[in-house]
Design a protein around this ligand. Sequence first.
Ligand code: NAP
Length: 272
Amino acid sequence: MDVYGIIGNPVEHSLSPPMHEAAFRERGIDAKYVTFEADPDRIEEAFRGAEALGIDGLTVTLPFKHDAFEFADPDVQIERVGAVNTIDFTESGPVGFNTDMTGTLRAFEHHDVDLEGARAVVVGAGGAARALAFGFEEAGADVQIANRTESKAHDLADEVPDATGHGLDELPGLMADADVVANATSVGLESDESVAPADAWHGDLVAFDAVYKPLETRFLQDAAAAGAQTIDGAWMLLFQGVDAFEIWTGEDAPLEAMNEALRDRLDDDSQQ
Ligand code: NAP
């Protein structure tokens, strides 16, 4: 039997186990997907232990994505992002990937949104914003970054080729000229707030929200009310898992089964 898992702290409420278990079941792969709540002071030992035990692959979540980057051998693309969320334990050693970044691009593709040449605004400058900003740049978009702490937007923009940093006060002006606006802040997480003013939305925008609790955030509701196309945060979560599954197994991921398992769990959680 193959063993995969998610390592983080906390991981108790992770949505990855039902999604990956559904994928293994659907493909008839004899594998288990386990949660590992690691001690932050012993994370390197935990990674080495997983390797020594013959674990096949790990999803890495907060707060260990930078530790995973230092542990696993990242490819050139990941080198710039500085975070690894997927480790493949291969015969030649652990290899690191950032499927938050590649998965988000697949989520846009899945919704027929072409990012090549698009004017994309990333709101936020934390971990999710990094994945989105580097991903959008990789896909050929013109990237603008707006963040509450403006200096952090400038710091991130300095790392992403041709990106520009801004304060949140500039967001309405950026939205007026944009094609895509992505919320990568935690605003709207289990609250009815949006980081974007409702009257800044227009029908030519595509709105993406990394927040997935609730699925229909205030940010996406305001966008939809103005006629914008919306993509919810579960798509990012889904496609980071899809990419990880394909890296680990070399097989096409069963998209529908994974999506159904993920959304069922989100539904159950929202009713609690
Ligand atoms: P993070 O590194 O802690 O960054 C948080 C960001 O939110 C910062 O830019 C912060 O601005 C901003 N922020 C927080 N409170 C704010 C407020 N009241 N007003 C304006 N900005 C505020 O967090 P993260 O890891 O990037 O995660 C961000 C969100 O994305 C979380 O809700 C997380 O659940 C979600 N996420 C989703 C996925 C997915 O697969 N869908 C993956 C990763 C993350 P400052 O710099 O000014 O503090």
